[in-house]
Design a protein around this ligand. Structure first.
Ligand code: C5P
Length: 293
């Protein structure tokens, strides 16, 4: 068995996010298309006699509330092994940004500890554990491009051609996902049944990246910009530069499709428009959380 394992845990964006009415469990039925992108957290786990977590590049708490610790404990219980490892997470995915940063860490921790502890769980077993940790965790395990229904955790991998270059505009201050959903409930008392139209799925399959980015729909976008002026500024900046842009998940991160050769050059100009915004370049789709090195 290895004494250490390194995993890359990609964040996600939503190319489509249709939201239905909140159900009795407090969740909303979704029809969403996820894409995993190469803006990823780096996770290293090492053998140890106890369970510790070190978070680098963020002031997020590294205690029992952290989804990575909860993932470790859940996996240990399921496999009936001691929950012992030193986990180090180098955070790159924006925190509370709508990119499933916490879920990526949970998915990455499951994959890393499965390897460290020599468990060899199946993808289905990991998915079932993932569902217990959060609605986005199953996709963070799967990666690529996938349709998500129910809570967004019932996944179908999609045929997807093409490579997308995204300008990612992250914000200094994040947004709470439950808060955005609550705002959506207040402002959309009668949402329709969430769907994705066939033409959009065909464009994904054909690799028509411009159509996909131009037609991307996010039912939470309006709530996001009402709650976060930075997200509105980011969308306006992208419009000013003629870049098709979308809010990722519940936001406030905004991503815009750009030509590969100019994306990095555009970033400083976009940043000027967005106080508290940081711009970087990422690509998708990529694989889900996996062991590297
Ligand atoms: O599953 P997770 O803990 O990531 O979800 C965070 C919150 O987002 C939930 O507590 C809920 O308020 C909201 N949510 C929702 N409907 C979904 C997914 C998440 O209302 N399908």
């Amino acid at each position: 068995m290895p004494s250490s394992v390194r995993v890359t845990a990609p964040g996600k964006i939503n190319l489509h996010l249709a939201v239905g009415p909140r159900d009795q469990s407090g969740y909303h039925p979704l029809a969403t298309v996820f894409q995993a992108i190469d803006l990823a957290d780096d996770i290293v786990v090492r053998t140890s006699s106890e369970l510790t977590l070190t978070m680098l590049g963020t002031d997020l708490p590294a205690d029992e509330s952290n989804l990575a610790v909860r993932a470790a404990r859940l996996l240990a219980r399921y496999a009936d092994v001691p929950a012992t490892a030193d986990i180090t997470i180098h955070k790159r995915i924006p925190v509370a940004g709508g990119m499933a940063g916490g879920s990526a860490d949970a998915a990455g921790t499951l994959v890393a500890l499965d390897a460290l502890w020599g468990l060899n769980l199946t993808a289905t077993e990991l998915q079932e554990l993932g569902i217990k940790l959060g609605a986005d965790v199953p996709f963070c395990l799967l990666g690529g491009t996938a349709l998500g229904v129910e809570r967004g955790d019932a996944l179908t991998p999609l045929l997807a051609r093409g490579r997308y270059t995204w300008i990612v505009i992250a914000q200094e201050a994040g947004l709470s996902t439950p808060l955005v959903f609550e705002h959506f409930d207040r402002t959309h008392p009668f949402p329709s049944c969430p769907e994705v139209d066939d033409r959009f799925l065909r464009a994904i399959a054909q690799g028509d990246t411009k159509y996909v980015a131009g037609m991307a729909r996010n039912d939470l976008a309006e709530s996001c910009v009402e709650l976060h002026p930075g997200a509105r500024a980011a969308l306006e900046a992208c419009a000013a530069f003629g870049l098709p842009a979308l809010v990722s998940g519940s936001g406030p991160t905004v991503v815009a499709l750009a030509d590969d050769d100019v994306a990095a050059d555009v970033c400083p100009y976009v940043e000027e428009y967005v106080p508290g915004g940081t711009c970087l370049v990422a690509h998708g789709p990529v694989s889900g959380a996996h062991v590297v090195g």
